[in-house]
Design a protein around this ligand. Structure first.
Ligand code: NZQ
Ligand code: ZN
Length: 385
């Protein structure tokens, strides 16, 4: 296990009705609020009205940025920065899924920066001051509620880039599983695939972390158990609660402590959503089994055997390659069982952009678990077609 520093300071208010703490949280970290949200789901589930009532009753001034897109765009970040400045907001409250939270994080970083916020995305060293970010999560997937990352798309250049800064980690997040009852089957499935991918990306590492890996296996089993249950019964509290808490732990930094290295499936998927604006988790479900097939070799075999026996319960007395291949097949079958598209064709993607996407993603993979050339990534896209 390599050296690491452990600090995951986001306050979590988990469970039914935890929104009752919102006013105290806001008063602790700020006074004038920019509320950031998406296309309106928070109005349908009633959380918007709850927040507005609480703020009005407690004389908390607020303004709002609505319409943040899935795969949030730079244009929304710029609007939010302007709004914050005009209103003199000193705290950002993001209410929604990962897109909304990510957008809020970069707005919070952009307010004190005297230039185009895209500069901060491509060069996070330029991030100095960040307004406190509070999140109210309504979709279990990205883990943005407890991590320091944000992923922003610039449609002018077809770039989708992840930016990280410790001060963008939410100071507090409210996680009420009941808010996720209305998440569609499609988004529940995509979210589950995304959570699983975050765990898998940290698990398949060249650095050892026995303890982190046993935790990872438990979290993967939780996704496998409850992803399908939440799809079958959207108001299954236990299923929603377990998915929500797993989404946070998958990527809050814990599983990857002492296990550095680029995340391969994410780099390969981000190009798909940069060019075709597809749902992130769906892209991951398409790419992951093919990435696994590509990286399975003698060097990585034992890791796949651990994955197969500990996560999928495959008989450990079988031949090692048989276990590894069965594990990959079970992963693919699980994604299919979630009911989301599992081939690029199904979401309207053809070979046209494979070359540029493979060039861009392979450039990010020199220190990955298994460094991949442009040719390797091209083959993964072709296999996923
Ligand atoms: O916009 P609204 O109306 O809120 O609808 C959203 C959106 O259409 C809807 N939704 C959210 N909560 C709902 C709901 N619908 C009904 N009921 C609810 N309770 O779901 C749709 C998708 O929302 P979005 O926020 O886009 O999904 P997700 O949470 O999967 O976020 C995806 C984004 O996060 C990035 C992805 O690349 C993508 O841009 N990621 C962020 C990461 C991070 N910050 O660490 C890591 C991830 O790997 C990922 O890359
Ligand atoms: Zn992800």
């Amino acid at each position: 296990m390599e050296n690491f520093v452990y600090s995951i300071p986001t306050e979590i208010y988990f469970g039914k009705g935890q929104i009752k703490n919102l006013v105290n949280i806001i008063k602790k970290y700020g006074s004038r609020v920019l509320i950031v949200y998406g296309g309106g789901s928070i109005k349908k589930i009633g959380v918007y009205d709850t927040i507005a009532t609480m703020f009005n009753e407690n004389n908390i001034p607020y303004t709002e940025l609505s319409g943040v897109e899935p795969n949030p765009k730079l244009t929304s970040v710029k609007k939010g920065v302007e709004l914050c400045r005009q209103f003199n907001a000193d705290i950002v409250l993001s209410v929604g899924g990962g897109s909304t939270i990510d957008c809020g994080k970069v707005i919070a970083a952009g307010v004190a920066y005297d230039g185009d916020p895209w500069d901060l995305v491509i060069n996070p060293k330029k991030i100095k001051e960040v307004l406190p970010v509070v999140s109210i999560l309504t979709l279990a997937a990205t883990g943005s509620e407890m991590d320091m990352m944000a992923v922003i798309s610039n449609m002018d250049t077809n770039d989708k880039i992840g930016v990280g800064n410790i001060n963008m980690r939410p100071v507090a997040s409210i996680l009420d599983p009941e808010y996720t009852y209305t998440v569609s089957k499609y988004q529940t499935a995509a979210g589950t695939a995304d959570i699983m991918s975050h765990i898998i990306e940290a698990y398949f590492s060249n650095s050892k972390g026995y303890m982190q890996d046993r935790m990872a296996e438990g979290l993967l089993k939780t996704c496998i158990e409850f992803g399908v249950k939440a799809i079958e019964k959207p108001d299954d509290y236990e299923a929603r609660a377990n998915l929500m808490w797993t989404s946070s732990w998958a990527i809050n930094g814990f599983l990857a402590l002492g296990k550095p290295g680029a995340w391969s499936c994410h780099a390969i998927e981000h190009e798909l959503s940069a060019y075709y604006d597809i749902t992130h988790g769906v892209g991951l479900a398409m790419v992951t089994p093919h990435w696994m097939k590509r990286v399975l070799n003698d060097e990585h075999l034992d890791k796949f055997v651990e994955f197969g026996t500990n996560v999928w319960g495959i008989d450990s007395s079988l031949d090692k390659y048989e276990i590894a291949n069965k594990a990959i097949e079970k992963t693919r079958e699980y994604f299919i069982s979630l009911g989301i598209p599992t081939t690029l064709r199904e979401v309207g993607i053809n070979e046209e952009k494979f070359d540029i996407m493979a060039t861009k993603s392979s450039a990010k993979l020199s220190n990955a678990y298994c460094p991949l050339s442009k040719e390797d990534v091209l083959n993964i896209y072709k296999a996923a077609l």
